[in-house]
Design a protein around this ligand. Sequence first.
Ligand code: ZN
Length: 424
Amino acid sequence: MYKEYKVLNKEKIKQSFKAILREVEIANVKIELPAYGSIIRKKIDFNIFHRNINLLKNTNVVCYPLTDAEQFKTTTEQTFFDISGGKIEIKYNKDILTIIDPKGEYLVSKVKSEREKFLAMKDLPAILKQIFSQNDISTLKSLLKETNEKLLSSIIEWYMKKEMMLGSKIPISPSVPIKGNKTLKYATTMNRIGQTIQSDNEWQNTVYYLFEYSSFKNEELIKQTLKNLFLMKPDIFIFNIRNYKFSNKKAKIERIILKSFFDGLNKLKQLYGTTIIWLNADSLGYLSLGLCVDIFVEPLDLNFNPDLRIQRREDLEDDTKKTAQDMLGIFFNPSDLTYLRGKEIYAWFNNSNSFPCNCINCKSYENSKFPFKEYNEFRRNHLLTMRDQHITELKEEIKTDKLKGAVVDRISQSNEFSIFSSFF
Ligand SMILES: [Zn+2]
């Protein structure tokens, strides 16, 4: 029964690690792979990311959702006001790859607040205005079904130009969430049209697939996805899996299919040199760096499903019993790469008078009171510091061909990861 929880075999991990160091150039941005990036949704994310960025060695990707990007006007040099009111000028001391997530899910899922953000965009084409203000998805469906390519192409072109205008280096097609053959076909059609637009504008050949987690129950679907990718030969492949629970004990089939997906991506990478980016990944993204992924991008607020966040916030308003501890955000535990909920990290701190980490941020609170006021900034600083350190270690170990110290230790000792032993 507990077979799956056996500790990962260190030698096996070492042997099956496929991570290599390489440098790629994407739209004049040079990045040394593997690398890490943050998803920025709120002003606090933006401020913390930019306050840290020049100190971080292997964090060179930033992603803004299209619906939030406008407020950040992502030029490489700009002045903004931090929380204390001080002026900060952004000057990167290295190349930064900016990605704008088109948020294609809102073409089909009706999250009111997000759809309203689209509707507030002044240059939104009439057809998109119609799609976002409708309560059904018939317009989009008929567009996709009848392959009204001219109109569909104008929609995709609007997305791509908007992304580029907001500072993105790679224009990506708004993939509808994939949950079966039909939606895979739609997403592929959109990407194919996107590739034509990319080539007309001499932009990088990029394919983006947004999966529902349920796709990973369907072996044939993932096989077909890989087939499509081998035909499309992208320079960059970005994927995102919504609400995944691969580390759930019961998700055996999903794990097997994820492994075959990773194997396929690794072949794609070997054949075409494709840069593989996993958007909205948690610690599993770190493990995947050893298998096929080049860059994993994690939300800086550690909220992997922003749609649920909205509901939760509403729940909280009704619940007067919630305490300050309940309101604390998720904390990244660097020792075993798991996450602690606000309540758990608070209890930990109360028991040990410290956080489970030795980074400069965490150390500064040793033997003091729990930093309620600074917590939200602090946990972001801590996450960036530790992720960057972990990627730096990984690269160092690949370089010296010694993949044994911290990286393998961390993976082999984590309960969260031991369930992925079949990956190695
Ligand atoms: Zn720390």
